[in-house]
Design a binder for this molecule. Structure first.
Ligand SMILES: Nc1nc2c([nH]c(=O)n2[C@H]2C[C@H](O)[C@@H](COP(=O)(O)OP(=O)(O)OP(=O)(O)O)O2)c(=O)[nH]1
Length: 135
């Protein structure tokens, strides 16, 4: 019997006043390099999904937010090699600081409808239509 290890990942759709969402480009050397993703990362042992996401947003973008500003929006469930990815997507409209690319190659603000033209991880594709109707 094949063992499946779930991998819990949290990500944020940061939404600005014009209804655009922040995407970051995965850097060279990482899995899925070059693809555009929502900021976020793995939930580590001892963390709640919300504390993990707050930590990742600070590490990756240098912004600060609070659990009360993270609205659960959707999730993705996708095979990922030997693992199975469970990605929890939150919508966040309030944070402090100006996002800067600390880990990513580049950042860009896009309308959800523009995401269809970008290369994104397979797990993210079903989330685009949802964001389009939500924002
Ligand atoms: N952050 C993020 N990860 C995504 C998205 N879509 C998607 O399939 N993933 C996958 C890619 C990775 O396999 C996993 C996130 O792991 P990661 O390696 O980027 O996370 P991390 O920041 O904790 O990285 P590291 O410390 O292990 O380098 O989730 C997405 O939109 N955002």
């Amino acid at each position: 019997m094949t063992m499946i290890f779930p991998l819990l990942v949290v990500a944020a759709a940061l939404v600005d006043a014009d209804g655009r969402v922040l995407l970051q480009q995965r850097p060279p050397g990482k899995a899925m390099a070059g693809l555009w993703e929502f900021p976020g990362g793995k939930v580590e042992i001892g963390e709640t999904p919300e504390t993990a996401l707050i930590r990742e947003l600070e590490e990756e973008l240098g912004i600060r937010t609070h659990a009360s500003c993270l609205a659960p929006a959707s999730f993705a469930s996708e095979a990922l090699g030997e693992r199975h990815l469970l990605l929890l997507l939150y919508v966040c409209r309030k944070w402090e600081g100006l996002p800067e690319a600390r880990h990513a190659t580049e950042l860009k603000w896009v309308k959800p409808s523009q995401m269809f033209a970008l290369e994104m991880p397979p797990a993210d594709l079903p989330l685009i239509g949802l964001l389009d109707s939500l924002i």
